[in-house]
Write a protein that binds this ligand. Structure first.
Ligand code: ADP
Length: 179
């Protein structure tokens, strides 16, 4: 487990270096984003169960996008793994829907929430809204997530009420709406 954590920290640091050098290369393919979100949650089900974290995924249909599957998965995993860390053990809800030719991926938790003054900051490098003693982390996951999503022509934002949870919304251009 320690080795896994170290490897993931090194990967994050390498990604930050790549992003800063403008060398985050993307390899595009077409796939259904609903299936990807379901697969990602499924593949982390053991980890989430061991953290006593229950997840639900609601998808409104098949939404084909053109994206880098590996990088998009990484962005989703960053949101997913924050939920057990900051979600106060409460259920976490993922949903995939479509609005105005954009696919919307939402990750909502009912955990500790984020202070209003930190809402913009948490997407910056090494920015955290908690002291590092409480929960481990470097404050890079959301920075990397935003860079990946913006590199796809999308956007990511957060809404939160302190003490009541956080809702992260990712929007990406859609190619085909299969509802
Ligand atoms: P890390 O978790 O390693 O600190 P992130 O970049 O993923 O880095 O997150 C940055 C900060 O945003 C976290 O330190 C935490 O303060 C806040 N944060 C992220 N996700 C959530 C969440 N679901 N609920 C409350 N705070 C969050």
């Amino acid at each position: 487990m320690q080795v896994d954590r170290l490897t993931s920290l090194i990967d994050d640091l390498l990604d930050v270096t790549r992003i800063q050098a403008g060398k985050l290369s993307l390899s595009f393919e077409m796939f259904d984003v609903s299936a990807l979100v379901k697969d990602v949650v499924e593949s982390y089900s053991e980890h989430l169960a061991s953290a006593a974290c229950t997840f639900s995924v609601k998808t409104e249909g098949t939404f084909i996008i053109r994206a880098d599957r590996y990088r998009l998965e990484q962005a989703i995993v960053n949101l997913l793994l924050n939920a057990p860390k900051y979600g106060a053990g409460k259920p976490v809800e993922f949903s995939v829907s479509c609005e105005d030719k954009k696919v919307k991926i939402i990750c909502r938790d009912y955990g500790i929430g984020i202070p209003p003054a930190k809402l913009d900051k948490i997407f910056e490098r090494f920015e955290r809204a908690v002291t590092s003693k409480n929960v481990s982390g470097l404050g890079l996951g959301l920075y990397i997530t935003r860079q990946i999503i913006e590199a796809h022509g999308g956007s990511v934002r957060v809404e939160s009420v302190l003490g009541e949870g956080a809702t992260f919304s990712v929007e990406l251009p859609i190619l085909q709406d299969g509802r």
